[in-house]
Design a protein around this ligand. Sequence first.
Ligand code: ADP
Length: 474
Amino acid sequence: MEGKHYINGEWSTAGDGVINVMNPATGEQVGTVPNGGEDEATQAIEAAAAAFPEWSKTTAYHRSELLMKWHDLLMENKQEVAEIMTKEMGKPLAESIGEIEYSAAFISWFAEEGKRVYGRTVPASKEGKRIQVIKQPVGVVVSITPWNFPAAMMARKMAPALAAGCSFVAKPAKLTPLTAVRIYELAEEAGFPKGVINMVTGSASKIGKVFTSHPSVRKLTFTGSTEIGKELMKQSSETMLNLSLELGGHAPIIVLDDANIEEAVKGVVASKFRNAGQTCVCGNRIYVQESIVEEFSRKLQEAASDLKVGNGLDEGVQIGPLVDKDGYEKVAEHVKDAVDKGAKVLVGGDGKAENDSYFYNPTVLLNANSDMLVMNEETFGPVAPIMTFKTDEEAVKLANDTRFGLAAYFFTDSMTRGTYIAENLDYGIVGWNDGLPSAAQAPFGGMKESGIGREGGQEGLEAFLETKYISIQL
Ligand code: ADP
């Protein structure tokens, strides 16, 4: 597949050569995209700026119709788009299909929610005065998205931005741009006017610099690492960009002694092993109450042993490859570090990296402690380290002892203990007996160094709106 930029309603291959897109399950080339830079980013922003005045004045009903056409096209083509995703990023096909459905859910939800951008009137303190508050689209939005959810991270930015009346420029991840290209082809078919949606592929740092310095851009929405998020925040200070940053996480999972252990194991498997552990909301650290650790770890070991590893296009595969060599090496390093510091491997602990394909086996580690890398840094792999705790207070303290604050999970059937834990976790997303809390209609995002702002839900639309206060003296 030969991907192209989409700028001002035209497909283009401009740039400094191409980027080869590789399949991490086979080492084969899936296709190419142009290696764009400053010029393409500038053209895309200028196209978006030129399209904005007219687009922002269309009705929310009109924008909703276009979004729904795009939604329907995505659903009609979900198998094909999902196959592209599995080939370029490795996740099992069933998960890719799930991600397309999840992406489409953002589009339809925001197509509706865009009709409910209400302002308000406020009683004034002087006679003859009227106070109006109105909401308007922020303007040109640029987005930078990662490879682990090539469709959903873009859709959950693009759909609310368009619903709000903003024009949009996307830069998909280098490793997974082809899914985005196909989604843009479908958006073009849906009929968005030229310049309203644009996409450039290529050098992240060059495109990022233009995104954060061009005076026509009003908002940057980014999903990726905390490190790059901080860099973009610094760069954005020059133009005082409105920012939404969805950054790294280090999710704790707490299993209390009154939890339904079978359900907790299912929840942990869903949270930990989805996408081979390559999600920012993946459980990273599992804290299990002492009295049940033996039963829980045995059951988790059995569940992990049953997971089928392989090429995501093959029937029944549940764990695909890691996305690249760096990803594989990081996982192997985390496991080695844990074992060196006293962890016991219950299952896995090894993998196979050959011919540019990178498979790591689902791994469960017992006797983890707070000094291990796995307990402090995002592993981004299928590794489940288990550590024990005694009291609920200790579990919350351990869970909060991190600079991250994206997602946290816990399992208990007690309303009292669960309420205490939910209310004391310093996390933006909390799953209570739920390993998969993400939903289009719910606000997703982190506290602390996990970011700024929320995506999805009402907050996800608000992120693309400015508040204007109009004071009228009659
Ligand atoms: P991940 O570990 O998920 O790849 P990154 O933060 O490295 O997280 O990348 C997320 C996105 O940010 C990708 O699209 C990547 O190309 C982009 N990116 C990386 N470095 C920069 C940069 N200096 N400026 C702008 N974007 C960047």
